[in-house]
Design a protein around this ligand. Structure first.
Ligand SMILES: Cc1cc2nc3c(=O)[nH]c(=O)nc-3n(C[C@H](O)[C@H](O)[C@H](O)COP(=O)(O)OP(=O)(O)OC[C@H]3O[C@@H](n4cnc5c(N)ncnc54)[C@H](O)[C@@H]3O)c2cc1C
Length: 394
């Protein structure tokens, strides 16, 4: 597909590839194996990527970023994920919330938030929707309980908003310098109509970080609890309309979500194929090279088939996102689901190839790819995403 790329897209892809090969890959396994979840983060790699423009790549040029398009974002995520899926996500998570600022911020907010973000190599963004009792219900609320979903309450007290409640599983919650908190401003309305977003800077009195979650995969990527105890936020930090958090379905943030995961899954698939191919060429089993065995060949061909189908789907949705203002999200959701299935199958086949060949010893990297791939089952409540896609197709 390289022949379809512009010179700019290709240049960013190659920059991400070089960064991934020379900087990310060498430290991937070592960071993954650190036992304490809050210590897996490596600020040097964030700073290096930032100096290359990767952290701020999705910020519009008028606000000091690079304004790369969705096709470039997908290409770069896949390149970085091939070296380490969790480190790739640590960069693209800030792209996701940059898109939210673009979609919902007014001119003053865009200038204020992007100025701080662009000029600090260690500035990462986070967004809190999920709560201990509200995960999937925020996206597919039960019809018989219109008040289900997130409960973090924001009430107007004088001229400031007061936030009380908690969030969990929030990416970058423990390290982010600005967190977008999804709050309930009208508890009498269903979650999709009574929710408002506030930008809460780190260090705001009453905002506390709880435990950092110990995950089986994506170990570099930080996920933590957040507690809000009388956290005061000025109305100038309200992003978008009152009760309007879930009303914007055609913005950049919404186009990016599923594409981001699928592009990352593509990088994982490429890594698995690279590993399996190298192993097949060098390892001998039953008197001949592994890749001379028909069973190995069938596995590798299936890995290629799944990966190339995923690549086509990712690039199609990326291109549509770039050239269509209001895309139908059903294909994005199907892409997310397809990427989960194909990547988990590809990683399983890679693991099987290594396990059978190495007589019980599992390659640490093959095993890491499987652990990272399993995260997809949880991140977006995969079955809920599937039900939402099907509802749009019925
Ligand atoms: C690595 C990681 C990063 C994350 N980052 C963030 C973040 O930055 N910000 C944030 O806000 N959240 C984040 N999350 C949370 C994530 O969005 C939630 O985990 C997700 O929405 C699912 O919610 P839950 O875990 O509460 O599971 P539940 O909603 O309890 O779902 C459990 C199971 O029940 C199924 N299920 C749920 N509802 C239905 C239904 N109606 N019908 C049939 N089946 C159903 C689900 O599909 C799933 O299999 C992250 C999670 C992970 C794992």
């Amino acid at each position: 597909m390289d022949h379809l790329l512009t010179d700019t897209q290709r240049a960013w892809q190659l920059k991400a590839r070089e960064f991934a090969e020379t900087e990310i890959r060498p430290l991937s396994l070592a960071r993954d194996q650190i036992a304490a979840p809050a210590e897996t983060i490596d600020w040097e790699i964030i700073k290096k990527g930032s100096r290359l423009g990767i952290r701020t790549a999705a910020v519009p040029t008028e606000y000091g970023g690079h304004g790369i398009d969705f096709t470039t974002q997908a290409l770069m995520i896949a390149e970085m994920a091939k070296a380490d899926s969790a480190i790739a996500k640590s960069f693209s998570q800030s792209w996701k919330w940059s898109h939210l600022i673009v979609d919902n911020g007014n001119d003053e907010q865009k200038k204020r938030f992007f100025d701080a973000f662009v000029n600090d190599d260690t500035f990462v963004l986070g967004g809190g929707i999920t709560e201990p009792n509200a995960g999937s219900d925020n996206r597919l609320p039960p019809a018989d309980d219109p008040k289900s979903g997130l409960q973090l309450r924001a009430t107007l007290d004088g001229d400031t908003w007061m936030l009380n409640g908690s969030k969990c599983y929030i990416a970058n919650a423990n390290i982010g310098k600005l967190i977008f908190a999804f709050t309930r401003t009208d508890p009498g309305m269903p979650v999709q109509e009574g929710t408002t977003i506030f930008a809460v800077p780190r260090g705001t009195p009453g905002l506390k970080v709880g435990k950092v979650f110990n995950k089986h995969g994506w170990r570099f990527y930080q996920n933590a609890e957040l507690f809000f105890e009388n956290v005061r936020v000025p109305d100038s930090n309200r992003l978008g309309a009152l009760n309007g958090a879930h009303k914007k379905h055609d913005g950049k943030n919404s186009k990016f979500g599923d594409l981001e995961y699928a592009a990352n899954a593509l990088g994982i698939c490429d890594a698995a194929i690279e590993m399996a191919t190298a192993h097949g060429r060098t390892h001998r089993q039953a008197g001949k090279r592994l890749n001379e065995h028909q069973l190995f060949q069938l596995k590798l061909s299936e890995m290629h088939m799944q990966t190339e189908a995923l690549r086509s789907f990712v690039m199609r949705i990326a291109a549509e996102s770039d050239c269509t203002a209001n895309i139908s999200r059903k294909h994005n959701m199907l892409l997310m689901n397809f990427s989960t299935d194909s990547m988990q199958r590809v990683c399983y086949l890679n693991l099987a190839i290594h396990r059978s060949a190495a007589k019980g010893e599992i390659s640490a990297r093959a095993e890491k790819l499987v652990r990272d791939a399993i995260i997809w089952t949880h991140i977006a409540g995969d079955s809920v995403q599937r039900m939402k896609a099907v509802k749009a197709l019925l």
